[in-house]
Design a protein. Structure first.
Length: 147
């Protein structure tokens, strides 16, 4: 090994070590940077939560996910996820509205022990519609049990 290579190899070892004051100053600078990063993270979380509150409020008003997405500048899928996270049920579908008098007919047929198909035939509905309407009333066929 040439002398010049040897000097280059041990050169960094020969540099003076930082003083205690320099180390403390560097530690303080690192702490300042850490606090700045923490503040930026808080701001980002607050900014991310702001649309969540707005989405929850609009969903509670009964707006559709598409309407909310357009209003807050998010995708419909993201709006749907946020709505589910905050526990707001989806708005009623755009299908034909349920008839209030039918709810009592469904309840009576359910209490009589009729099957989904029998109730559907009697009321002129599809079995899945009967199941959905009963579910909206908090009734489920699986819970009923047959005697």
């Amino acid at each position: 090994m040439k002398l010049l290579d040897h000097i280059r190899a041990i050169g960094p070892l020969l540099q003076p070590r930082p003083s205690l004051a320099e180390l403390e100053e560097a530690a303080e600078e690192l702490e300042r940077q850490r606090l700045v990063i923490r503040g930026l993270r808080r701001q980002a979380r607050a900014a991310a939560n702001q649309p969540t509150a707005q989405i929850a409020a609009l969903a509670a008003e009964g707006r559709t996910d598409e309407e909310i997405a357009e209003a807050v500048g998010r995708s419909r899928d993201r709006v749907g996820r946020i709505r589910r996270e905050v526990g707001v049920p989806p708005p009623r579908s755009a299908g034909r509205p349920a008839k209030p008098e039918r709810a009592s007919q469904l309840r009576e047929a359910f209490d009589q022990g009729l099957s989904l198909q029998e109730i559907a035939d009697e009321l002129g509905l599809k079995p899945r519609t009967v199941q959905q309407r009963l579910s909206e009333q908090g009734l489920r066929f699986r819970d009923r049990g047959k005697v």
